[in-house]
Design a protein around this ligand. Structure first.
Ligand code: CP
Ligand code: NVA
Length: 301
């Protein structure tokens, strides 16, 4: 049976921990120059209806390094965006490819693709969520702190697709997540959260970062939200990750951002380039974790 990755909860806690072991192993192999080609002869189709640097490149390089091949397909070049149905496209693509990565707007498009495809479908970001990002981020936290359970993450900023995936990821792995955002920017409620999960949404960024191990943020205006840009920028100004906020947290707090960053908006250059920032280690780990996801999902015949 094929397995998809459309939301983080498509993986169990055990699968996530196995994925992190695999990611660490792949990272070490790459650092030592050890070749590892489990996906020889396999092809990933990558459909992008939105811009991307990290997701596109980590998956494309990842396929190459695992011995396979990746096809970059912008939606505009496919018949899909000229009206060919998702159902027909899914069936045709399943005859050629071994897996599909898709980044698009409407999450329903991804679930429909997965429903009709006979090969694994990986969500490379939708308006709703960004699971491959948060898996890589939790791996980075485990790598830096040596643990995940009870780590406190303060997500400060817009309650967007990244925040939504954070809620599911934290609940699955036993992390304590506090999201600080204005009321009108709160994330979609994540399904399946229980009272035992340590996921909170509050308004005060200074309260959120108290005793936090990690301060995390993302852009204030996500792809597709350009019309709301001016309103959101005003609303989110008090949620900027700046030195004052970082100085109010623990001395060894680490700052993360999924990138791309807009310096002097959601994060100041001083913090982004400062000693608490781990944003580029975080970005690098996209490659190792995306490779582990590819090997897990595409290895089957
Ligand atoms: N963080 C992330 O997904 O980056 P890209 O938009 O560059 O892929
Ligand atoms: N929330 C951002 C994430 C970019 C990686 C967006 O959807 O544009």
């Amino acid at each position: 049976m094929k397995q998809d990755l459309l939301t983080i909860s498509d993986f169990s806690q055990e699968e996530i921990l196995d994925l992190f072991e695999k990611s660490a192993d792949l990272k070490e192999k790459r650092q030592k120059g050890i070749q590892h080609h489990p996906l020889k002869g396999k092809t990933l189709g990558m459909i992008f209806n939105k811009h991307s640097t990290r997701t596109r490149i980590s998956f494309e390089v990842g396929m190459f390094e695992l011995g396979g091949h990746a096809l970059f397909l912008t939606g505009d070049q496919l018949q899909l965006n000229r009206g060919e149905s998702i159902r027909d496209s899914a069936q045709v693509l399943s005859r050629y490819l071994n897996g599909i990565l898709i980044r698009t707007y409407d999450h329903e498009e991804v679930t429909a693709l997965a429903e009709h495809a006979t090969i694994p479908v990986i969500n490379g970001l939708t308006d709703l969520n960004h699971p491959v990002q948060i898996l890589a981020d939790i791996f980075t936290i485990k790598e830096k702190l040596g643990r995940i359970e009870d780590v406190k993450v303060a997500y400060v900023g817009d309650g967007n697709n990244v925040a939504y995936s954070w809620m599911m990821g934290a609940a699955l792995t036993g992390m304590h997540l506090v999201i600080a955002c204005p009321e009108s920017c709160q994330p979609h409620p994540a399904p399946g959260l229980s009272k035992n999960d340590k996921v909170e949404i509050i308004a005060d960024p200074f309260e959120a970062v108290q005793n936090a191990d990690i301060i995390y943020t993302d852009v204030w205006v996500s792809m597709g939200e350009e019309k709301e840009a001016e309103i959101k920028k005003k609303l989110l100004l008090p949620y900027q990750i700046n030195q004052k906020l970082v100085d109010s947290a623990k001395k060894d707090v680490m700052v993360m951002h999924c990138l791309p960053a807009h310096r002097e908006m959601e994060i100041t250059a001083e913090v982004m380039d400062g000693k608490h920032s781990i944003v580029f280690d975080q970005a690098e780990n996209r490659l190792h974790v995306q490779k582990a996801i590819l090997e897990k999902l595409l290895s089957h015949p």
